[in-house]
Design a protein. Sequence first.
Length: 641
Amino acid sequence: MASVVEQPRAAPGAPPSVVAVRPTRLARVVPRTRALLRSDAPVLLVVVATGVLVRAVGLASAPRLGDAEGRLVAAAWATPHPLTDPTGSVRAGVGLVARLPVAAWLTVSGALDRAPGAVVAGREIALVAAAATLVLAWVLARRLGLPRWAAALAVGLMAVAPPAVELQRTVSEAGFAAPWVLAAFVLALADRRIATSLAAAACVLAVGVLTTPVALLALPGVALLFWRHRGRDGRAAADAAGVFALVVVATVVLAALVGLPVLLLGGPRPSPAAEPVVLALLLAAGPAAAVLRRLRPVAITTVLLVLSATLGPPSVRAGAAVLLVPFAALAVAGVADGFVRYRPTRLRRRRVHLLGGLAGALAAGLVVGVVAPGWAAELGDLTARDAPPPLTRAVAWVSRAVPADAVVLTATAARLDLLRQGRDASRVVAVRPSPVTAGTGAWWVVANADTRLDPDAAGVLRAARDRGALAAAFGSGERRVEVLRVPAATTAPPSGTPTTPTVPDQPATPALPPAAEDPAARQAAVDALLENPAVTLTGDSRAVLATGRVDTRLLALLAVLASQHELTIDALPESTPGTDRRAARIVAIDGQPAVPESPVVGDVATTLAAQLRPYRAEIVRFPATGGAPAALVLSVPEQAP
């Protein structure tokens, strides 16, 4: 009798059947995890995330908000909003290709509504460009044959070195060109599909050159890579060179025909001064990297950028410094890798393998020991989260104290912020020889460090100081921002004239505060303080302030302090019977008692000490005694009759 289940028998000599066993989920995940950990992804993710985080912390505070950044952001915003630049003068100073990424970011992301200022909003897209630069630098390092540790060293230097952080966190044409230049090197190192890769390299390098002509300094390095392909596919290299020339020439010619500025160097802007040790290291790393054939394109580019950043004209130095960051890091890492690989092992028949390694480690430790302390302090300053920048506080003060229809000659870095207050674009112009005449009424000047150093603005600033008065000042040193008010009798230089101010031929008047000759302005300043949520008035101080019998210089000083701190004022003491009150007693700052040794009292004292005459106030600090709270009393001197 046959069994219920009969097992089939294999034919004689046939191989045994193979039973497929489906692996478990864990058995599939573990090999993939191991492969991921062995790849570059984890290290790259950590290094890039560190670099982005370091650049994001303190983004609005350092470096100071400059006019070069403001010009690029304002020009980018004016591209889709031409009414903010009715004369076209702002857009004429910035190339079209450099404007496009900033304009797209501001339009799509809503950064202007989120950031504390227009320049800070532009710095957000600079962070994206910096992240792309870090990633492409890693890819280029691996394409050049550098091991993972050397690639991590290069990108790590870019991520945390203070000069790199400062240069890549600012809004600049070179910052947006750097990813395109690195992408050109990556594509030019392709081993497959050479014709397509070289053509793509030519196109992206052309985009970088159209973003800033300083990117032309990378052309010899890319050309060397093209030349190396001549033996394998010489026609592809020639075609790629033709593509690059065609794209650049066609774009420039088309821009000239339609009147669009595409290829511009831009004005001079400050760049961080190189430390002697760092500069010596870069000058040594470039020629040393040129010894290694695989690093020669990077070495050539590094040397050209170092020379341009140190010896070039002002309009080239800053852009060359920005582009130098990735190439310098790659050169240093490449030289370190070359030393590890090719260091001598024997000298006069003696083994020096260990001695050479110790010498290299000692040299590296010496460089780190010299550079690290200074870099740590600089990095702390760059990532410090301070109070709002002086320019941001000045813009906030202007929004409250300056009439909306007033003519404002402003630093370029603040122009877009002032326009977003609802001001007419024709009445908010750069501090240059401007079309402001005596018939326009009183005019105001917002001047930062860039404005004070600009020779084109010297005439207007001189006229404003001679005929007007300092209404407010924020910050100190190179970060100081001044707001001046000039009476209607003074005329600024008309458009197109030399920078010498055109002022009426009359004796110079004393620098009176803006409300001294304008009762309406005095009342506006009083109302602004009464309604300011940052000012708490106790005791009889509110009633005294409401009478309007308060010195206008004191009103201006309190407005400046209220833009930086929350103030509690319990008295406006009377100095001379029948005269305006010239003193204020502050008992709390930012919710803390005004104890003489407290940091907030010191900050207020620093702000007051930075004011110029006639706004220089006397400060007296009173400790708490008995039932009287600690207080800071500030008073302005009596004006000469």
